[in-house]
Design a protein around this ligand. Structure first.
Ligand code: F6P
Length: 541
């Protein structure tokens, strides 16, 4: 149940929105030459620019009042203290322990988890290094050349996204592949590109029951046994899960099994052994740099005052647009091709966490929760959906992400990429008025009739908000920082909406029905009676 302080803070924001409705973002820049300096935060070599928003000093103050009313600081302390913040599953959410390289005690249910976290990380990293340097070899004695990860959701998206983001850091002699979908095409198409005799398969599943992953793993086991013989299984498989006894039943030796804990949510598991494929690919030092990036942001989130706290401000801006303006979606557009899967990764992080309609007490929420998160890399998006962003009737707040310097890519290309990123946020904010369009068309010597017909189509309303994350280079540490920023943003929004960001009951019903429908789909002899006519009709067809 939202507190009356939160309701008051929202009421103040709504009144404030009406007051500032006459001023547009370009006006805010015109009135304040220091706006960029005052509405941006540098964190080491990462810069968060939130100046291109419908936000004044007063707005920021009112948003911070909302954070205080929602008791963000107390709830943040509860998160880091290992309190059971995931109430419906009676669990802590302590993924920060996985990147706590300093090793200071962190407790879940009162027990310091760091000794087990450190021991498991050492075991995983040692295995990864030995695969990488060729000490651990395939059944035929050759070095592994390919790693295939079976997993879905958090057991796929994190390592798959990061492997792509950090591709220049992956050893040249290794290729990483990710099979998630139960659609057999995913497995079949991957295996067409992969030499089975030098491929290591990693089965990643927190629960070790997920239908997709178990189906793919069973198919792969059969495939390897057929191609290389049953004795090869022990050489070619390893597994990551919280359910170690279930792995034993699959026939994988314990020294190839890596664990994590129920206080790590699937969508927060990229910091755990779930990223074994990534650790093999990029090596121990880079993997630890990735963790260090997450740890950097944990410290910032804990220590920075709310008004200089990047994830807190990201969250508040999101709430401002989602709840006060009613904008239903939020785009994340990396001008960074290697971040092509970042928006997909954030979809799970944000929408599985905050796509909720009841609050912590089980009562219906009174305000909208998570926006739809979406996005594709720039500049590609410019030639696809940017038309709507500039001139459509929906306003979409955007996060632009861009590196100052490329890694292993042409500098001239990067200049063009970078200029495009800035041009888009500038165009979205500034727009182009009817008067400007008319004068432009007049300068092109169009007839008055032609100008009258064409001008409305060339008007850009502008005043469309965006943040820009500028980082020096997309290194493992930068990627770790970016992910952790979004994790804590999602957490803060969950606090403001008073929802449980750490459960995901909404995925269960579909799973349950798929299990019931499975036998009916497989066996045309089984009756479809009792099914709705659409489902029955589709099965029969
Ligand atoms: O169905 C949703 C979900 O439970 C996600 O939260 C999770 O990341 C994914 O499935 C995979 O689960 P597991 O790692 O247990 O296979």
């Amino acid at each position: 149940m939202a507190s009356s302080e939160v309701a008051q803070a929202f009421a103040a924001l709504e009144a404030h929105k009406r007051q500032i409705s006459g001023s547009r973002i370009p006006d805010l820049f015109a009135a304040d030459p220091q706006r960029f300096a005052r509405f941006s935060i540098a964190f080491d070599d990462l810069l968060f620019d939130f100046s291109k928003h419908r936000v004044t000093d007063e707005t920021r103050g009112l948003l911070l009042d909302l954070a205080r009313a929602a008791k963000v600081e107390a709830r943040r302390a509860a998160l880091f203290n290992g309190d059971p913040v995931n109430g419906t599953e009676h669990r802590a959410a302590l993924h920060m322990a996985l990147r706590n390289l300093g090793g200071a005690p962190m407790r879940a249910a009162g027990v310091d988890v760091m000794p087990q976290v450190i021991a498991e990380r050492r075991k995983m990293e040692a295995f990864a290094e030995r695969v990488r340097n060729g000490e651990i070899r395939a059944a035929n004695g050759e070095r592994f050349t390919d790693i295939v990860n079976f997993g879905i959701g958090g057991s796929d998206l994190g390592p798959a996204m990061a492997a792509r983001a950090l591709s220049p850091f992956i050893a040249d002699h290794l290729s990483l592949h990710f099979v998630a979908n139960v659609d057999g095409a995913d497995f079949a198409d991957t295996m067409r590109r992969v030499p089975v005799e030098t491929t290591l398969f990693i089965i990643c599943s927190k629960t070790f029951t997920t239908l997709e992953t178990m189906t793919n793993a069973a198919t792969a086991r059969k495939y390897v046994a057929e191609k290389l013989g049953e004795a090869a299984i022990g050489y070619h498989f390893c597994a990551v899960s919280t359910q170690l006894e279930k792995i034993a039943a699959f026939g994988i030796a314990s020294d190839r099994v890596f664990g994590f804990w129920d206080w790590v949510g699937g969508r927060y598991s990229v910091w755990s052994a779930i990223a074994l494929s990534l650790a093999i690919g990029i090596g121990r030092d880079n993997f630890e740099d990735f963790l260090r990036g997450g740890e950097d942001i944990d410290r910032h989130f804990m220590e920075a005052p709310l008004d200089r706290n990047i994830p807190v401000l990201m969250a508040l801006l999101g709430v401002w647009y989602r709840n006060v303006f009613g904008f239903a979606t939020h785009a994340v557009i990396p001008y960074d091709q290697r971040m092509a899967r970042f928006s997909a990764y954030l979809q799970q992080l944000d929408m599985e966490s905050n796509g909720k309609s009841v609050d912590l007490s089980g009562a219906a929420v009174t305000r909208a929760t998570a926006p739809v998160i979406w996005g594709e890399p720039g500049t590609n998006g410019q030639h696809a959906f940017f038309q709507l962003l500039h001139q459509g009737t929906e306003i979409v707040p955007i996060d632009f992400l861009v590196a100052a310097e490329p890694i292993a890519a042409d500098a001239k290309h990067h200049e063009i990429l970078f200029a495009n990123c800035l041009a888009q946020s500038q165009a979205l904010m500034q727009g182009r008025s009817l008067a400007e369009v008319v004068s432009l068309l007049e300068s092109q010597k169009l007839s008055p009739d032609a100008i009258k017909a064409l001008a409305p189509h060339k008007v850009f309303q502008g005043d469309r908000p965006s943040s820009t994350f500028l980082y020096r280079q997309l290194t493992p540490r930068t990627l770790g920082r970016l992910i952790a920023l979004y994790e804590h943003k999602v957490f803060v929004q969950g606090v403001i909406w008073d929802i449980n960001s750490f459960d995901q009951w909404g995925v269960e019903l579909g799973k349950e029905l798929a299990l019931k429908l499975g036998p009916i789909v497989s066996d045309s002899g089984l009756s479809t009676e009792g099914l709705d006519s659409s489902t029955a009709g589709l099965v029969e067809a």
